[in-house]
Design a protein around this ligand. Structure first.
Ligand code: SF4
Ligand code: SF4
Length: 347
């Protein structure tokens, strides 16, 4: 796995979403996802409301992880402007959507991140920050844990594994040690501690071409090991399946695992997992204000379809709450086994 730079920086053919979609659509013997859902669940996938307003504030990141579905990195320049954030806030204020999920890239690298958090909290909504942990060591960001605590932001931190070798293999040399140090700092101000209002959740994803195991069992394993070796505590662990797009797709192709992995996802299709996929209760907003059914569709440039409004400036809560979802073969990543979403398993 290469962890040096983004696909975009390397001018890789896979930097093109059209190329990724071509590979996915030409994979032999894989039924279209929509056909599979219709056969097993009786109808195409539709949203069932909007509980989560997910804002992707850009592709800029201080890390270049091997599996990144965003193709994020320090060389990416796409970041949401304050004007587009204001549009998001104006539309959010007109809706009852309770939760704003801020993601990236490393969301905290966006120069307007703190302002956005303050404004969303002023609207009385809950905020989640998808934090890669090491960002708190970037110059000028050292006080991020205190800022997040002050606004009672829920942090959802990626830590692929509780051991150094696996985590560094996926995220880069030295990332594990810095992640542990960051977790200690979050714990020290109350995050993840018993009886604290400050929620610290971790995200685990497999380091390789396989599906995650049982979320409950892995959570226990993480809790035991992180507490024993490092004295770290956290609330919940979410297991997320690696999606066959962007840099993980590159890894699958280069390692000769692509067809086997796709076959594994399709064989493990679980109709029960379909109801809980994140597109059913989320709207995803891109750095330039375009609307998507989820962050994965966003990274494939698959905008909301079926006559739904396509830009935050045209946001229409009623039209978007029961929109039909745009799907593709990558969606098998959300419905395999116990399912996979931003909040972990779905079945
Ligand atoms: S996986 Fe997260 S931390 Fe890693 S490069 Fe992508 S956005 Fe950054
Ligand atoms: S990839 Fe997106 S659109 Fe497809 S099932 Fe998952 S959440 Fe829904």
């Amino acid at each position: 796995m290469s962890t040096r730079s983004s696909l975009a920086r390397r001018h890789s053919a896979l930097a093109s979403t059209a190329e990724q979609l071509r590979i996915l659509s030409e994979t032999k013997e894989i039924p279209p996802f929509d056909t599979m859902v219709q056969e097993r669940n009786g109808s195409s996938l539709r949203a069932g409301g909007i509980d989560i307003f997910q804002i992707n504030v850009g592709k800029l990141c201080n890390q270049v992880c091997a599996h990144c579905h965003v193709d994020a990195g320090p060389d990416r320049t796409e970041v949401m402007s304050r004007e587009t954030m204001q549009l998001c806030l104006d539309q959010l204020a007109k809706t009852p959507i309770p939760t704003v999920d801020i993601t990236g890239g490393a969301p905290e690298m966006n120069p307007h991140f703190r302002w956005l958090v303050e404004e969303v909290r002023a609207l009385g909504r809950r905020v989640m920050d998808r934090c890669n942990l090491t960002v708190i060591f970037v110059k000028g960001k050292e006080d991020l844990p205190e800022f997040l605590a002050k606004h009672e932001v829920e942090v959802i931190c990626s830590l692929p594994y509780y051991q150094e070798r696996e985590t560094d293999r996926q995220r880069g040399v030295g990332v594990f040690d810095r992640s542990i140090e960051a977790l200690r700092r979050f714990n020290a101000i109350g995050y993840g501690m018993p009886d604290s209002r400050l929620v610290l959740n971790l995200v685990h994803n497999p380091v390789g071409a396989f599906l995650p195991g049982s979320q409950k069992a892995i959570e226990q394993e993480f809790k035991r090991n992180l507490a024993r070796k490092y004295g770290i505590q956290f609330n919940n662990l979410y297991c997320i399946t690696n999606m066959p797009i962007s840099r993980f797709l590159e890894f699958l192709l280069e390692s000769g695992n692509y067809e086997r992995y796709m076959d594994r996802l399709v064989q493990a299709f679980n109709p029960e997992a379909v109801n809980g996929v994140m597109c059913r209760n989320t709207i995803s907003i891109g750095w330039d204000g375009r609307l998507y059914d989820c962050d994965f569709n966003q990274m494939l440039d698959l905008e909301v379809g079926f006559s739904a409004p396509r830009h935050i400036s045209e946001f229409n809560y009623e039209l978007l709450t029961n929109r039909r979802i745009v799907t593709g073969r990558h969606c098998y990543g959300c419905t395999a086994g116990s399912g996979s979403s931003c909040g972990g398993t779905t079945a």
